[in-house]
Design a protein around this ligand. Structure first.
Ligand code: ACM
Length: 543
């Protein structure tokens, strides 16, 4: 049994009932689910039941020892009330999501072993102290971006990350599916995107200044059925998947597959392969009608697979050098009456902004997309600090705050050169815990454009799931609290208190099999001192 004072993310309000009788979960415990709460009923039976070794059979609402799931219109959509007495637990949500978040809290109250897949001691008793928890998220966008382009993560690895997100009450999975180094989603009308674009012959090992190469092919992709499964699995956990298809930069894998997408008048694009190193790639899309039609075809299939309101089009780090040198691009600029290459980029993004709006979706892109005007429904991922987000909010655009200085989890978590991923700013657990997504210069109405926040995990220097775990955890737990819990009054966040709660949370992560960075520093097998050459300091980390 875990105390409510050990919950992560911390809930808004807890009323403990000391001296009251505890709720014991036994093989007789049943689940009653009101209409509209089926996702949580299924999750309790599929995940919590096996962890506790209990069947959690369906039962009537008035059974003793029951878990009762219901909706209450008086609560905000993601809000929940979890009330525990000797007679059972009532999980009440403003919507199905609220009920699901109540179940995540319930699991934490049952202790770290509730995070396993089978009971350690069959027949052991499981109890929760009497209490009432009232809780709701601070932000509606509590995101994690995972880059599966630089290093492919298996479908099972992605599903596992969705489970880890749910356990931390995160609700937006930004799926970075395409980049210079790999194209990871099957597009039926363009098979070469995955036949050619999903693998590379070799890979720079470490950061871009490293002298090392991994001389073996790397690759992988998700079939459309894999994507459907991922989207459905996420939806069962009240997580929205926002796909990212990058244009007009970060596109070399697509150009390697279909050379006509590149600037053929200045580069021999037929000779390009999927990129095998890191940094900002000079090979970008040609601003032709053919390119627009091609990507409309891609996005048509993407829209069929992803029901999300937002579709991410990238838009970051598009070097203009090829467009400057390309007679075809220059002719395009003249024909469209544009001033320069920057306006050409804005035209490119603007095309897909209008195209997505016409299909009832909203475009989101990295903050570079602000440079040139956007349709009113478009939103911005503010990654180059806060400034892009502030400008976007002031211009009436919605914003997701994900400044690289604070919440890029590929950046190292300690100055020790033995950190296995020695890039970027040093950002400790405490730094992430103290991150504030809403900059003080925004007025109330402007601040309401901050939909929320997102931690970004780029994987250039993370070759496998263990490295991703190491970079993401424990910092993602601190981030989850930033995204969910209310901002406490001054002196604001109590890091010492968070660290005390983390003692229990590390045991949950152990039970989940997460290869996190321990508070004492990397374990011997997590170190790789000196392997990657000198660390790269400060901004930008790996570009
Ligand atoms: C980015 O980190 N280039 C969005």
């Amino acid at each position: 049994m875990t105390s409510p004072t050990e919950l992560i993310p911390a809930p808004r309000a807890v009323e403990e009932r000391p001296g009251g009788q505890e709720f014991r979960l036994t093989e007789h415990t049943t689940v009653w689910a009101a209409p509209g709460t089926g996702t949580t009923e299924r999750w309790l039976r599929a995940v919590l039941g096996p962890a506790l070794g209990l069947p959690l059979r369906p039962g009537p609402p008035d059974a003793r020892d029951a878990l009762r799931l219901r909706l209450d219109d008086a609560l905000a959509p993601e809000e929940y009330r979890l009330s525990v007495t000797a007679a059972g637990a009532d999980l009440t949500g403003g919507s199905a999501s609220g009920v699901f978040w109540a179940a995540q809290t319930l699991r934490q109250l049952l202790g770290p072993d509730a995070f396993r897949r089978a009971p350690l001691r069959p027949g052991a008793h499981h109890a929760i102290a009497p209490q009432v928890i009232e809780d709701r998220p601070r932000f509606r966008w509590r995101g994690l971006m995972l880059d599966v382009a630089r290093h492919f993560l298996s479908k099972d690895g992605v599903l596992r990350y969705l489970d880890l997100m749910a356990a931390h009450k995160l609700n937006v999975f930004h799926f970075h599916l395409t980049d210079d180094q790999g194209w990871r989603i099957e597009i039926k009308r363009y098979p070469k995107l995955t036949e050619i674009g999903s693998w590379r012959a070799r890979t720079k090992f470490g950061h871009r200044a490293s002298p090392l190469w991994e001389d073996k092919p790397h690759g992988g992709y998700y079939t459309q059925d894999d994507i459907r499964e991922i989207v459905a699995y996420a939806a069962e956990r009240h997580i929205t998947v926002v796909p990212e298809i990058d244009v007009p930069g970060h596109s070399q894998a697509a150009i390697a597959a279909y050379p006509e997408l590149g600037n053929t008048d200045v580069v021999d694009t037929a000779a390009l392969a999927v990129w095998d190193t890191w940094g900002v790639c000079p090979n970008v899309l040609a601003p032709t009608e053919n390119t627009l039609r091609f990507y409309e075809g891609v996005f048509e299939e993407v829209l069929e697979l992803f029901p999300s309101e937002f579709i991410h089009v990238g838009g970051d780090e598009c070097p203009k050098d090829q467009w400057r040198r390309s007679p075809a691009a220059q002719a395009r600029i003249a024909e469209l009456g544009l001033a320069d290459e920057n306006e050409l980029q804005a035209w490119f993004i603007g095309h897909f902004d209008a195209w997505l709006s016409a299909r009832g979706r909203r475009l989101i892109g990295w903050d570079e997309i602000l440079e040139g005007g956007l349709a009113s429904g478009a939103a911005v991922s503010s990654w180059r600090g806060y400034a892009g987000g502030v400008a976007a909010a002031r211009a009436g655009h919605d914003v997701v705050m994900c400044p690289e200085q604070q919440v890029y989890l590929d950046h190292r978590q300690d100055a020790d050169p033995g950190e296995p991923v020695p890039i970027g700013y040093v950002r400790t657990l405490e730094d992430v815990y103290r991150f504030e997504p809403v900059p003080p210069e925004l007025t109330g109405p402007e601040a309401r454009h901050v939909l929320g926040t997102q931690a970004n995990v780029w994987t250039e220097v993370m070759e496998d799931q263990q490295r991703v775990d190491y970079q993401a955890f424990p910092r993602l737990a601190a981030f989850a609290e930033v995204a969910w819990s209310p901002l406490p009054p001054p002196p604001q966040r109590d890091f010492a208190g968070f660290e005390r709660r983390m003692a229990t949370h590390y045991r949950r992560l152990d039970a989940l099999g997460v290869a996190y960075r321990p508070p004492t520093g990397p374990r011997p097998w997590q170190r790789r001192p000196g392997v990657l050459g000198r660390p790269i300091d400060g901004p930008p980390p790996n570009k």
